[in-house]
Write a protein that binds this ligand. Structure first.
Ligand SMILES: [Mg+2]
Length: 365
């Protein structure tokens, strides 16, 4: 048994190069890449690091960690991560099925897996059953540029750096077309609209985008949980639909998959509640023959946890890597993709060192 002695959320905000006009978010322009780290200390002297979904949600997620989840962890012992996390999920089910509390649980879960791996001297993927690959094919997840010339430029640049799969975050035929033109016919091209259109318009847009031979069209429908509309697009247009990053627990995944909403399910380890919750959700998708391609456009332990999950459980999946340069990273080379691949860490736990000089320099809360 290991006792948790301290839980500390650490929010860092790092300037980054977007490459185009900065995107707007609900509370203003997106100028920094926020990572909400969760540091967990134990009486065994082992420290684990997790990541809770942050970005614009960071202030709320941080409160959820400090005020709701940490008090249920500190002073408590855990023998294995799944039973500890299942118990936490149960205690918080009235407020933790999606949103900041489930993001906070993800931060704890990842940190506990890091601790468990370090305690046993094995990488997390070994605790999950063993890796089938040492490097994971990774796609470049381009930011939204909204301008045809920038889409073409960064598509070409990403391919020159070795990526063979590119995802655009564009919403117009005029900005998708130059991506396909720059990529040529042999590169996998995806489009993620982040819930751009009401159902009828989404069906019409899916038809128009068919000409660009997309490996998948991601989150085309507004509102985010209109699963009937996604099923209709699949049925009426034959376009491959991917979604799921905004699903907060396995039950909703079961519901959406039951409605036939996705060809590809994209659970997000820092949102859905961590690796234990991923296992449940992935199991449901696999029972229904739905492919899984995790969501991971972040730069902390969540990205590394995703590599372990893919290595152990998803032999067909690619990893998602946000395509932008950060001024600094506390995880060093571990977040770098080379020749379109990311390395699965082989050292104990997450297998990465957190540079606390970097976290101190960029800490904002
Ligand atoms: Mg997405």
């Amino acid at each position: 048994m290991t006792k948790i002695t301290r839980v500390e959320p650490i929010l860092i905000a790092v300037p980054y190069e977007h490459g185009g006009p900065k995107q707007m978010r609900p509370l203003g322009p997106w100028t920094h890449m926020e990572t909400l780290l969760v540091r967990v200390d134990t009486d065994a002297g082992i420290t684990g690091w997790g990541e809770a979904f942050g970005f614009a949600a960071s202030p709320l997620t941080r409160e959820a960690i400090s005020r709701v989840v940490a008090p249920l962890c500190v002073g408590h012992e855990f023998a294995d991560v799944p039973s500890f996390m299942t118990d936490l999920q149960r205690k918080l089910h009235a407020m933790g099925r999606h949103g900041p509390v489930s993001f906070a649980l993800a931060g704890i879960d990842i940190a506990l897996w890091d601790i468990a791996g370090k305690a046993q001297g094995v990488p997390i993927h070994r605790l999950l059953g063993g890796a089938t690959r040492e490097r994971i094919p990774t796609y470049a997840s381009l930011l939204r540029y909204g301008k045809p010339d920038l889409v073409a430029r960064y598509t070409r640049e990403a391919i020159a750096r070795g990526y063979t799969a590119i995802k655009l975050h564009e919403r117009l035929v005029e900005t998708v077309a130059p991506g396909r033109e720059a990529a040529g016919p042999n590169i996998a091209l995806m489009v993620d609209t982040n819930c751009a259109w009401p159902a009828d318009e989404a069906v019409a847009m899916a038809r128009k985008l068919k000409a660009y031979d997309l490996a998948w069209l991601e989150e085309p429908v507004d509102p985010v949980d209109d699963y009937d509309a996604m099923a209709r697009i699949r049925r009426d247009t034959g376009v491959t639909i991917a979604a799921g990053e905004n699903i907060g627990h396995a039950g909703e995944a079961r519901y959406a998959i039951g409605l036939g909403a996705f060809d590809i399910f994209q659970p997000s380890v820092t949102k859905i509640g961590g690796i234990v919750a991923m296992r449940n959700a992935i199991g449901i998708a696999q029972q229904h023959g739905v492919r899984v391609m995790p969501h991971s456009p972040y730069f902390g332990p969540g990205l590394i946890a995703t590599l372990h999950v893919i290595a152990a459980w998803l032999p067909e999946a690619m990893c998602e890597r946000f395509y932008c340069e950060l001024e600094a990273t506390p995880l060093g080379d571990a977040i770098v993709a080379r020749d379109g691949h990311m390395q699965v860490p082989q050292r104990p736990g997450l297998g990465v060192d957190v540079d606390e000089g970097v976290t101190a320099r960029y800490r904002v809360a």
